[in-house]
Design a protein around this ligand. Structure first.
Ligand code: E4P
Length: 215
């Protein structure tokens, strides 16, 4: 599973990029709002840091308006992927954008049927939200598993981005469920790198080294 970072915070993106583990970035209007900065400016800064798919979301609800918003965004950088909400209008916009060769990430996916429709319309990526399903006591991982199975059976090229990953356990489960990509905040990436036995092992090695370093 490839790792994407899910944030619009350029300093977190730069930190994660320095680790060499991230292959792309996802943002959403809430993440952009959290930064309190100009949308296009933030997106351009992200594109300058990460050489991989960068999802930027439209906020219109009608297909023609979504396409109108998408075109200047896509023109910012060849790595831009247009994030489109999973609605009937969103599907129409995906079809139009796919015909123009513009990549899309259909977001706010909560069922495998939604993912099947998005992939059929020509989406490059679908984003099932694990954490938000768990918030309402539903099984987000099962949805990822179902999508992975359906895409495999029918040979869809659409990639699954397991989104709304909030814990290290979600990251493992998404990888095991067959997600091509997991998008997560920097805090989760950092936590994935840690293990108490690694820390204990380093302390022990250093303590033992102290005993012999001057011999
Ligand atoms: C994905 O693309 C979304 O931006 C994100 O994963 C949503 O996560 P949340 O449910 O923790 O807000």
């Amino acid at each position: 599973m490839k790792i994407f970072i899910d944030t619009a915070n350029v300093s977190d993106i730069a930190k994660a990029n320095d680790l060499g583990v991230i292959r792309g970035v996802t943002t959403n209007p809430s993440l952009i709002a959290k930064e309190g900065r100009n949308f296009q400016e933030v997106v351009q800064e992200i594109c300058a840091i990460v050489d991989g798919p960068i999802s930027a979301e439209v906020i219109s609800l009608e297909a023609d308006k979504m396409v109108e918003e998408a075109l200047p965004l896509a023109a910012l950088n060849p790595n831009i992927v247009i994030k489109i909400p999973m609605t009937i209008e969103g599907l129409k916009a995906v079809k139009v954008l796919a015909a123009k060769g513009i990549k899309t990430n259909v977001t706010l996916i909560f069922s495998s049927n939604q993912a099947l429709l998005a992939a059929s319309a020509g989406a490059s990526y679908v984003s099932p939200f694990i954490g938000r399903l768990e918030d309402i006591n539903e099984d987000g991982l099962k949805v990822v598993e179902e999508i992975a199975t359906i895409f495999k059976i029918y040979g869809f090229k659409t990639e699954i981005i397991a989104a709304s990953i909030r814990t290290v356990r979600h990251a493992t489960q998404a990888a095991l469920a067959g997600a091509h990509i997991g998008t997560m905040p920097y805090s989760v990436i950092e936590q994935m790198a840690k293990h108490p036995l690694t820390d204990a092992g380093i302390s022990k090695f250093l303590a033992d080294w102290e005993k012999v370093k001057n011999k």
